[in-house]
Design a protein around this ligand. Structure first.
Ligand code: ADP
Ligand code: MG
Ligand code: MG
Length: 254
């Protein structure tokens, strides 16, 4: 089973001509087949964690390690991370003008699998995955993220997740801005990859409502740049009832 290990991760960003430490020693282990939820107030550094794992150049790693099965993730290029089995869905996905969803998915699958999927199988695979996500077949011919609604962007993320079958998936605020129907469809997709037993998921969210549809094995409270508490699914219920206040007192988080 693949294991992602984050040890004492420290990350800074440059803002207003100053260097600001955002991640202050994050420790987390995610194994293939497990679902983890990271929950925390706005500004606590959740997206910074996702971007840092994705290798975004704005985020400087100043300490700690990230390994996937012992391999140094921080030394890998963005492509190498994907080939190693890491999938990162960003809170603000970028547009890819002139590239259709269908071509984008096939190129991604080729990169991750190391060979191009056989066209006939591939078309069927994509069609079936889109049906499961209640997506219009015409969607496959649209350009990636161009004019996508919030719900379409998230469905597209889950479509990638189901087709690419990564070892570890990191989903940042996959639930924000979704209506209840879209939330259910997206959650079902996450649950399907979980049931396959082959994917470890790190679900990053500010809201507790997605956890009515997805039952995480582990819940972590993120506050002021690190994990403040870890527990089982019951911790999410406590957060829903009590909010994040207990974790932010005296901290720099809003
Ligand atoms: P969250 O996702 O928990 O809401 P973020 O990781 O987006 O938190 O932000 C944490 C802190 O880091 C905030 O104070 C934010 O302004 C700052 N920050 C994050 N990314 C950048 C960036 N690219 N440039 C400047 N500041 C940033
Ligand atoms: Mg935020
Ligand atoms: Mg965020």
């Amino acid at each position: 089973m693949a294991t992602l290990e984050i040890r004492d991760l420290h990350v800074t960003v440059e803002a207003d001509n100053a260097t600001k430490e955002i991640l202050k020693g994050v420790d987390l282990t995610v194994k293939q087949g497990e679902t983890h939820a990271i929950m925390g107030p706005n500004g606590s550094g959740k997206s910074t964690l996702a971007y840092s794992l994705a290798g975004h150049p704005k985020y400087t790693i100043t300490g700690g390690t990230v390994t996937l099965d012992g391999e140094d993730v921080l030394e890998m290029s963005v492509d190498e991370r994907a080939r190693a089995g890491l999938f990162l869905a960003m809170q603000y996905p970028v547009e890819v003008p002139g590239v259709s969803v269908s071509n984008f998915l096939r190129t991604s699958a080729t990169a991750v699998r190391g060979e191009a999927p056989k066209l006939r199988h591939w078309v069927k695979e994509v069609k079936e995955a889109m049906e499961r996500l209640n997506m219009d077949p015409a969607f496959a011919e649209r350009n990636v993220n161009e004019g996508f609604s919030g719900g379409e962007k998230k469905r597209h993320e889950i479509l990638q997740l189901e087709l690419l079958k990564p070892k570890i998936a990191i989903l940042d605020e996959t639930d924000s801005g979704l209506d209840v129907d879209a939330l259910r469809v997206v959650s079902e997709g996450v649950n399907r990859v979980h049931e396959s037993g082959e994917v470890g998921t790190l679900l990053i969210t500010h809201y507790t409502r997605i956890l009515r549809y997805i039952k995480p094995d582990h819940v972590h409270v993120f506050a002021n740049g690190r994990i403040a508490e870890s527990g089982g699914a019951e911790l999410a219920d406590k957060l829903e009832a009590e909010g994040y206040e207990a974790y932010t007192k005296g901290g720099a988080s809003e």
